[in-house]
Design a protein around this ligand. Structure first.
Ligand SMILES: [Zn+2]
Length: 126
């Protein structure tokens, strides 16, 4: 059996190109994103890449008003846990959504945020 390795580096390279890729455990079928070494469900270490739609809904969110110094000019901004349509949840920055309209259940869509050469996971209006 061949196992393809999706590293965090290739995950972010894909993300920068606008593609969100999860991984599915070849042991128990659990879906994970971003990639990790061992399956949190069964401790198996074999994954296959799964393209994700990037569509989901906000499960919870926090408005950051006093950020780390490097991000001070961006404050206030929101960070949310988004449950993707595929059933897996991930953390991301919220962009282009007025903070006072944020609520749980709001549909959002994956996008990338590239700042100073770093690619970050973000979600914008669906
Ligand atoms: Zn597993």
């Amino acid at each position: 059996m061949t196992e393809r390795v999706i590293t965090l580096k290739s995950f972010f390279e894909e993300a920068r190109a606008g593609r969100l890729t999860g991984i599915r455990c070849t042991g128990c079928g659990a879906l994970a994103v971003p990639p990790r070494e061992f399956c949190p469900t069964c401790q198996h270490r074999g994954w296959e890449p799964v393209p994700l739609s990037g569509a989901g809904k906000i499960t919870s969110f926090t408005v950051i008003r006093i950020p780390p110094r490097a991000r001070a000019p961006e404050a206030p901004y929101a960070v949310a846990v988004v449950k993707l349509d595929e059933g897996v949840s991930m953390l991301g920055r919220l962009v282009d959504i007025p903070l006072d309209t944020l609520k749980t259940g709001l549909p959002v869509k994956f996008r990338t945020l590239v700042a100073e050469g770093q690619t970050a996971i973000a979600f914008g209006p669906a």
